[in-house]
Design a protein around this ligand. Structure first.
Ligand SMILES: *Cc1c(COP(=O)(O)O)cnc(C)c1O
Length: 458
């Protein structure tokens, strides 16, 4: 399987190269050259364990990695989840289920992708016999999950920038700063997430610098992440009796549009379902798109669900590409228009009806957390809470629970009076933090990175 760009101006790449490069050189996102039709195979996958299922799915894409090796990498990637099911399906009531995706090392769904990506990077270091420098910017969960996935990997240095003293919760920060690992450099950037993101782009944009250090960006547009996330949709779908699977609606708390896009891609490969629900917080660009066709940039307003405080959904370009019937020219023009005008409109109702959508204010998030607690005696985190809207009339809802409530103890306590704790997070409180305060200045950051990587060898 080769991977092509949504903008059509990059030659096809192997899986491993697409993963290493991240963003396609023409500015587009990598997608499989063609999506396999899995409808014949899927039903035979019933009863497989999570890693077994992941292998059956992933081998269609990672075709440049020998099967035995891929299998071993996948099994190792999911070995340190703390639930034997990895992604348990919890029934709240008839027709309403939660898919708990927070049993990985950092307690958010991003572990499903980043544990695997960490091992794929490590393999690249060995195969190519050269060290790599991984760079990322985070508003919380991605940084923690990426660091955990790359912890202790030989030949990999990881630099994660996050806004200092702002939106990253103290526990999320500790997940990044308390690893006691020599190859991890948490950079507390003065400013907000957009400042961190902008300076990251600037550093990566210096192609001489970034190629000399073999830099790779670990962000949500990496195709390896998107494909890894497909697996838990299949896993959940296969838990239902065959006759009920086509009634399933997946409701997905959404920010960068990576998670829900993965599910939709599996449906295009033959996993038949009733639909997908995009659940946003008050940062509602995707809600506005699916309800009225208007994709126009708004201001980011901090909410109780910070990992969804995003206005430009980086993975949306893949959706546009498929919705336009893989027309890369039309995709390219649309994305360039968005870049210059900060908006585009779609009036084709067949595209807008591909997914339904809802949005929640902060007040509604708290109300949903309370209601779920009262009704089901179950504690949801504020991101997951966003999914509990307008579910009436849907037959078999599978709501993706994206984070453990203990990651957001303050809002949980304020709202329902429960102390949400997790032993792994408690343990972090006794460890000394290592972090580097830095200003959002590309030159300063580049010289810091250069000085730290100088001595690194494979
Ligand atoms: C990242 C994240 C989301 C949003 O996922 P996207 O793939 O960006 O749509 C939702 N909830 C939590 C807890 C997250 O960490």
């Amino acid at each position: 399987m080769k991977f092509v760009s949504t903008r059509g101006q990059t030659e096809p790449h192997s899986f491993s190269d697409a993963v290493r490069i991240g963003l396609a050189p023409d500015g587009g996102l990598f997608v499989p050259e063609s999506l396999p039709d899995l409808s014949g195979e899927i039903s035979y996958w019933e009863g497989l364990s999570y890693p077994e299922l992941c292998y059956e799915f992933y081998k269609h894409f990672a075709t440049d990695i020998p099967g035995d090796e891929l299998k071993e990498i996948i099994h190792r990637s999911y070995a340190n989840f703390d639930h034997e099911q990895h992604a348990p399906l919890v029934r709240l009531e008839e027709g309403l289920h939660l898919l708990e995706l927070f049993h990985g090392p950092t307690l958010a769904f991003k572990d499903f992708a980043l544990q695997l990506v960490g091992n794929l990077y490590e393999r690249q270091v060995t195969v190519r016999d050269e060290p790599i420098t991984v760079l990322g910017a985070t508003s919380g969960d991605t940084g923690a999950a990426a660091i955990s996935g790359l912890l202790g990997k030989k030949g990999v240095n990881i630099f994660i920038m996050y806004p200092d003293g702002g939106r990253v919760s103290p526990l999320q920060e500790r997940q990044m700063t308390c690893t006691q690992d020599e190859n991890v450099f948490p950079l507390a950037v003065s400013g907000n997430f957009d400042d961190a993101q902008a300076v990251l782009k600037e550093v990566l944009g210096d192609s001489e610098f970034s190629s000399s250090l073999k830099m790779s960006a670990v962000n949500s547009i990496n195709i390896a992440r998107g494909l890894a996330q497909c697996v838990y949709y299949l896993f959940a779908w296969l838990k239902f009796p065959a006759g009920e699977r086509e009634e399933i609606t997946f409701a997905v708390p959404t920010g960068n549009f990576g998670n829900v896009l993965s599910g939709w891609m599996v449906s295009r490969m033959g996993m038949r379902v009733a639909g997908f629900r995009v659940a946003t917080n008050q940062n509602d660009i995707l809600y506005r798109f699916f309800s009225s066709g208007d994709y126009s940039l708004g201001e980011v307003r901090p909410s109780y669900a910070p990992s969804m405080d995003i206005q430009v959904a980086s993975n949306f370009e893949r959706f546009i590409y498929y919705a336009f019937n893989e027309n890369s020219e039309k995709t390219r023009k649309t994305m360039l228009q968005f870049k210059s005008e900060k908006a585009f409109q779609v009036d084709d109702s067949s595209i807008l009806s591909i997914m339904s959508s809802t949005r929640m204010t902060d007040g509604e998030i708290k109300a949903a957390m309370s209601e779920v607690y009262e009704k089901y005696n179950y504690v949801v985190d504020p991101h997951t809470a966003c999914g509990f809207k307008e579910l009436e009339g849907l037959k078999n809802v599978v709501l993706l629970s994206t984070a453990h409530p203990a990651k957001f103890p303050d809002v949980v306590r304020q709202t329902i009076g429960v102390n949400a704790i997790h032993p792994r997070l408690e343990a972090l409180k006794d460890i000394e933090e290592t972090k580097y305060s830095i200003s959002p200045d590309a030159d300063e950051i580049k010289s810091f990175i250069a000085s730290q990587t100088e001595s690194m060898q494979v």
